[in-house]
Ligand binder design. Structure first.
Ligand code: HPA
Length: 236
């Protein structure tokens, strides 16, 4: 039990999916898990444990942004023994080659967040995905025929940037292909505590073309992405 989570030790599997949205956590558990059990509902930030293809797996909503994700992930690792953490989310597109509905595997995560920057003094730490999870996700996405891009994600603390696309400055010119709000903190915590992490996002809105995903396509794309993440998670 923690102030943010009333689950007991042993209530979570070692592999945990991390959507931002609590209702997406509920949807993942109820749609994909065999025998889903609610393990946390503090602040309605829902967490469930069940099995996928017979193997134990959990899902815990992270909330939005790096401060919120950091609380849940810190506790999942240090109180509940999580060893494999896979964020499943949506992101904005920063490169015209990435089309709406494409999947981005965040190989690395750049950030403007003080949570990461503040820890390393004179150094710029490079938050990276676990290579085994990344390779597994890429192989499985290929096998499923899912279009994906592996590359550098921006985890920003700002959703409504005052300068829009221009606010991302030189990042798109240096190969940063998407923007979301959580991956860099996830990767930094995983590195600190010696566990594995990956972020998989569906690109839902392109900041260059302003194309947005339709409601129908959003649901199908999320389903493909969640199945991919679950396959990777239970094999890790
Ligand atoms: N920023 C911009 N666009 C987005 C994001 C984000 O964090 N997430 C989904 N679309």
């Amino acid at each position: 039990m923690t102030p943010h989570n009333h689950a007991k030790e042993g209530d979570y599997a070692e592999a945990v999916l991390l959507p931002g949205d609590p209702l997406r956590a509920k949807w993942i558990a109820e749609t994909f898990f065999e025998n889903p059990k609610l393990v946390n509902s503090v602040r309605n930030c829902l967490g469930y444990t069940g099995t996928w293809k017979g193997k134990p797996v959990s899902v815990q909503a992270s909330g939005m942004g790096q401060p919120s994700l950091s609380i849940y992930v810190h506790e999942l690792i240090n109180v509940y023994g999580a060893k494999t953490l896979i964020r499943v989310g949506t992101c904005g597109g920063l490169n015209a080659k990435v089309k709406v509905r494409d999947v981005i595997l965040a190989q690395a995560a750049s950030t403007d967040s003080a949570i990461v920057k503040g820890r390393f003094g004179a150094f710029n730490f490079a938050p990276i995905a676990d290579f085994g999870l990344l390779r597994s996700a890429a192989d499985k996405a290929d096998a499923k025929g899912l279009k994906f891009h592996a590359g550098n994600m921006l985890s920003s603390d700002i959703f409504y940037h005052a300068d829009g696309f221009a606010g991302y400055d030189k990042l798109p010119d240096h190969g940063v292909i998407g923007v979301e709000m959580e991956a860099a903190a996830l990767y930094t915590l995983a590195a600190r505590f010696g566990v594995k992490a990956l972020t998989i996002c569906t690109m839902t809105d392109c900041l260059i073309t302003h194309e947005e995903i339709s409601a129908d396509a959003r649901q199908t794309s999320l389903k493909d992405m969640v199945e991919l993440a679950l396959d990777v998670a239970v094999e890790a």
